[in-house]
Ligand binder design. Structure first.
Ligand SMILES: Nc1ncnc2c1ncn2[C@@H]1O[C@H](COP(=O)(O)OP(=O)(O)OP(=O)(O)O)[C@@H](O)[C@H]1O
Ligand SMILES: [Mg+2]
Length: 297
């Protein structure tokens, strides 16, 4: 199945939720979720699938060997459903071919690029006959309902002024992006509580929160800590930097994280699309990448 739709429309959330249910419903089909931004070469995608299937292999094992081990594991499972999220990100898509060659597999390709299929290598495209599922933008009513549910879960009852909440809905609907609505809910609450010491969330706090919307990638993001910000600043100042060089600079500038946590946070920034990765070499083990800061939405 080919799934496409605008950013922030809920593709990832939906697929993850359906896959979770599938896993609970049956043990005959094993759901496997792959984020192609994280795993972006055939080698790393196939290693990930093998890992999820419980295949044991040595680090640095050859692709052919991993495939052989996976194939024999496939004899023991009913089938696999693999979701390739952000499938447009890798520069080669041989892994689709490889996954289908395992047999008993159905694949879900998820992207916000409607035209993705057209650019796919015809030899791979020929193997796929996908149904298409388009995620359409949310109506005003749907936007309101989604945000209202979040408000209900995240806030104490009755702390929102009516016109304040309406403004959040307006903004999110106008921007066609639920994420900005979620941000505004949180940020308005933060402005009210921390900055203004108010127990109610009034419209003027939403107005203030709106000003931070543009920069919410960096500063507003609630789970960004100081070290994360330093990483971002460094990538911003040094376009095209490699991860090794970045860690060096990070330490020089007083970054406190150990290399393993640094990697984890760096990966998170990439996942959050605050940092963009660009590959400098292709091929199975070509993992050499340059990194760029992604400003604003
Ligand atoms: N129908 C919905 N109900 C509740 N929350 C939603 C809904 N749609 C989107 N969201 C929320 O909006 C945010 C963005 O959704 P998600 O990450 O699934 O978008 P996406 O379509 O995968 O975007 P992208 O193309 O950028 O990857 C998530 O926090 C998600 O929980
Ligand atoms: Mg997504």
């Amino acid at each position: 199945m080919f799934i496409h739709g605008a950013p922030g429309i809920g593709k990832t959330a939906t697929v993850r939720s359906v896959f979770r249910e599938l896993g609970e419903y049956t043990s005959k089909v094993m759901p496997i979720y792959v984020n192609c931004w994280e795993d972006s070469t055939t080698y790393s995608v196939m290693s990930r699938i093998a890992e999820r299937l419980g295949v044991r292999f040595r680090r640095g094992e050859r692709l052919n060997e991993i495939m052989a081990l996976t194939r024999s594991r496939m004899d023991e499972v009913g089938g696999i459903a693999v979701a390739f999220d952000e499938v447009d990100k890798p520069c080669e898509h041989y892994f689709l071919y490889k996954t289908l060659s395992l047999g008993k597999s159905s694949v879900f390709l998820i992207t916000n690029k409607k035209e993705f299929m057209a650019y796919l290598d015809p030899r791979i495209r020929g193997r796929l006959t996908p149904e298409t599922l388009e995620f359409k933008p949310y109506s005003h009513e749907e936007t309101e309902r989604i945000l209202d549910e979040r408000r209900f879960t995240a806030f104490v009852p009755r702390c929102w002024d009516k016109d304040a909440f309406e403004l959040v809905v307006e903004e999110a609907f106008k921007l066609k992006d639920i994420r900005s609505g979620l941000f505004l809910l949180l940020e308005s609450g933060r402005v009210a509580e921390i900055v203004e010491a108010s127990r109610r969330i009034e419209k003027r706090y939403v107005e203030k929160a709106k000003k931070n919307l543009a920069g919410f990638n960096i500063r507003g993001s609630p789970d960004l800590r100081d070290d994360d910000k330093l990483i971002l600043e460094l990538v911003k100042e040094n376009p095209g930097i490699t991860s090794g060089k970045l860690y060096e600079l990070f330490q020089q500038k007083g970054g406190r994280m150990a290399k393993s946590s640094f990697r984890r946070y760096f990966k998170k920034l990439i996942d959050q699309k605050l940092i963009r990765r660009e590959f400098t070499s292709k091929g199975f083990r070509g993992r050499s990448s340059k990194f760029f800061y992604v400003g604003g939405f």
